[in-house]
Design a protein around this ligand. Structure first.
Ligand SMILES: NC(=O)c1ccc[n+]([C@@H]2O[C@H](COP(=O)([O-])OP(=O)(O)OC[C@H]3O[C@@H](n4cnc5c(N)ncnc54)[C@H](O)[C@@H]3O)[C@@H](O)[C@H]2O)c1
Ligand SMILES: O=c1ccn([C@@H]2O[C@H](COP(=O)(O)OP(=O)(O)O[C@H]3O[C@H](CO)[C@H](O)[C@H](O)[C@H]3O)[C@@H](O)[C@H]2O)c(=O)[nH]1
Length: 328
């Protein structure tokens, strides 16, 4: 059985569903702080609670035949992390340490950890490979990098096998249209643009038009949540095949799109024009982040299949079908 922390959240719920579809048994631990009960697949065993709760973790590991953990639960907003760093260190680092302590106590040997391209900081290369130095520029990125470092130490002492997946910008929704991205407040670009195009906001704010990029707006590498989910299954299989595993993989589609390009692609899909308001740069935003996913292709045998248009189209379908997210 796979334990998914944060399985009621955006990415965790997609991975849970894909694992269940492939016949894996899944348990989900989530405190529903940003997740949704309606995103939890009925086939999974759901445990409502906090991943830092040592007593609850004892019960979970004692009662359920967990053999691997996929650790998604975290706070994950760059801007908020700059304003509330301790919230990020407490939840993403402190509580993850509790989870790791219990994994070691109960001899759970396999972990897949959700990390981020925010660990790279402001890169000097145009395509980011896993061996580049990390130097996060916001507390969110620091909190993720800290866990990455802790994992290396735990491997040395306890032999904890892990795969670290550094996601780039995740978007899109499940092909069924039944689960998708629903954050409140929403800070991510694609859902914000689509909500605006649905008439829910008067304009879309673009944070900064003076970055060193061709159109002055930030460039990111967008990856479809279903492609990302597949990578987790490949990573789980990889962990099963390889003893002494301490690999890090970047997960992106190796294509960079500016904020303005995302707005334009969304306008075409929604067949509507967006009203843009330029704002100051958002603190903690690096100008360009684009993945090299060469290593994941070679070692995991994974390739992302869906492009920006398909990411936006599936997100648009989700927003059209669920204009109020999981509340409807
Ligand atoms: N969305 C992205 O573009 C992106 C990119 C890179 C990395 N990530 C990472 O992927 C993971 C999932 O991100 P997401 O977008 O699905 O976020 P999300 O907010 O939708 O999901 C996080 C889930 O974790 C739960 N949670 C948070 N703290 C908890 C705690 N203490 N105990 C139990 N449950 C808790 C929340 O209720 C939520 O269901 C995070 O670790 C994030 O840092 C996301
Ligand atoms: O309304 C918006 C929202 C975003 N942006 C811009 O769009 C780009 C993308 O912003 P997102 O908030 O969608 O995502 P981030 O680039 O901040 O993503 C970061 O946070 C994510 C989690 O929230 C992941 O961890 C990811 O790896 C990490 O780089 C940024 O330049 C941002 O300034 C806008 O201009 N207007």
């Amino acid at each position: 059985m796979i334990l998914i922390t944060g399985g009621a959240g955006y990415i965790g719920s997609h991975v849970a569903r894909d694992l269940l579809d492939r016949g894996y048994e899944v348990a989900i631990l989530d405190n529903l702080s940003t997740g949704h009960l309606d995103a939890v697949d009925k086939r999974a065993t759901f445990i409502f609670g906090d991943m830092g709760d040592l007593h609850l973790l004892d019960q979970v590991f004692k009662r359920l035949p967990i053999h691997a953990v996929m650790h998604f639960s975290a706070n994950c907003l760059v801007g908020e992390s700059v304003k509330l760093p301790l919230k990020y260190y407490e939840n993403n680092v402190g509580k993850s340490i509790n989870l790791l302590n219990k994994m070691i106590e109960y001899n759970i040997q396999h972990l897949i950890f959700s990390s981020t391209c925010a660990t790279y900081g402001i890169p000097t290369e145009s395509l980011l490979t896993e061996d580049l130095p990390t130097d996060p520029i916001n507390p969110y990125g620091h909190s993720k990098r800290m866990i990455e470092m802790i994992l290396k130490d735990l491997f040395q002492v306890y032999g904890l096998n892990f795969v670290i997946l550094r996601y780039f910008n995740v978007g899109g929704a499940h092909v069924s249209g039944e689960i998708g991205e629903d954050h409140n407040p929403e800070t991510h670009l694609i859902p914000n643009v689509l909500k605006h195009l649905q008439g829910k906001t008067k304009y879309i704010e673009i944070y900064g038009d003076n970055y060193p990029t061709p159109d002055g707006t930030c460039i990111r590498d967008y990856i479809h949540v279903s492609d990302l989910s597949n990578a987790h299954i490949f990573a789980l299989e990889y962990l099963g095949r390889n003893q002494h595993c301490t690999e890090i993989f970047n997960l992106g589609s190796e294509a960079g799109y500016s904020v303005l390009e995302v707005v334009k692609a969304s306008e075409e899909i929604a067949n509507k024009q967006a009203l843009i308001r330029y704002q100051e740069r958002r603190p903690g935003d690096p100008p360009i982040l684009v993945a090299s996913s060469d290593k994941a292709k070679k070692l995991l045998g994974w390739t992302p299949k869906l492009k920006l248009e398909q990411i936006i189209q599936s997100a648009w379908n989700w927003h059209q079908k669920h204009p109020d997210g999981f509340n409807k």
